[in-house]
Write a protein that binds this ligand. Structure first.
Ligand code: FNR
Length: 193
């Protein structure tokens, strides 16, 4: 039997250049258990707004959607870092999930896929409501969302240095536990599937 390392694909729900959530994902990638492959898919801006007419015109999906579906289908787990906009996930993320929820040449890529969510916000609540809305949609799409550990990063502006690197040892420890927990979750639900 050939051994294939566990692969985690990451999405940030923000298009902002200096996004705290993208920075969090970069930190998570460096803190993942050794031997785990972590890739950040940073092209959500290439996805058009979901439209059933577009879907019918191009059964394989627009190029950006097709690339995202292919990347997720090749991954053992999907990790999403969500900002909070008006007490919910941002539209850019919901739009991506609407595309991903549909039948495609790669299948329904969220169905049965292990997933984990976390998020960072500038305010004091650390994306609690955004994560709740994101979990609800992922469940609806059949993703197997890790129940715990959870990670809500509040006051994100105080957690990184001027270069955008994580500069909070407590958060670093929490992030390490989160990544180890996600790998354990992937192994657990993959065995159960
Ligand atoms: C926000 N922000 C915000 N923060 C929060 O804690 N709860 C909220 O409901 C909202 N709502 C909200 C709406 C809109 C339209 C914007 C632009 C922002 C602030 C948000 O947490 C902050 O902009 C983060 O920095 C966004 O994440 P990124 O882009 O840094 O990853």
């Amino acid at each position: 039997m050939t051994y294939r390392p566990i692969r985690i694909l990451c999405l940030a729900g923000s298009l902002r250049r200096d996004s705290w959530n993208r920075r969090l994902l970069h930190a998570a990638a460096t803190l993942a258990p050794s031997g785990i492959m972590v890739e950040i898919f940073d092209a959500l801006a290439a996805l058009p707004l979901f439209d059933e007419d577009l879907e019918q015109a191009e059964p394989a999906g627009p190029a950006g959607v097709n690339a995202l579906r292919t990347a997720i289908a090749a991954a053992d787990g999907l990790l999403i870092a969500t900002p909070e906009y008006n007490h919910a996930m941002p539209g850019v993320l919901k739009n991506a999930l609407d595309w991903l929820s549909r039948e495609s040449p790669q299948g329904e890529v969220l169905d049965g896929r292990p997933a984990a969510v976390f998020g960072a916000s500038a305010g004091p609540w650390g994306t609690r409501l955004a994560q709740a809305s994101l979990r609800q949609v992922l469940h609806t799409c059949g993703a197997l969302v890790m129940p715990s550990p959870t990670l809500f990063v509040a006051h994100a502006g105080q957690r990184f240095d001027a270069q955008g690197r994580l500069a909070d040892p407590h958060l670093e420890a929490s992030l390490s536990r989160f990544m180890a927990g996600f790998v354990a979750w992937i192994e657990r639900v993959a065995v159960a599937a």
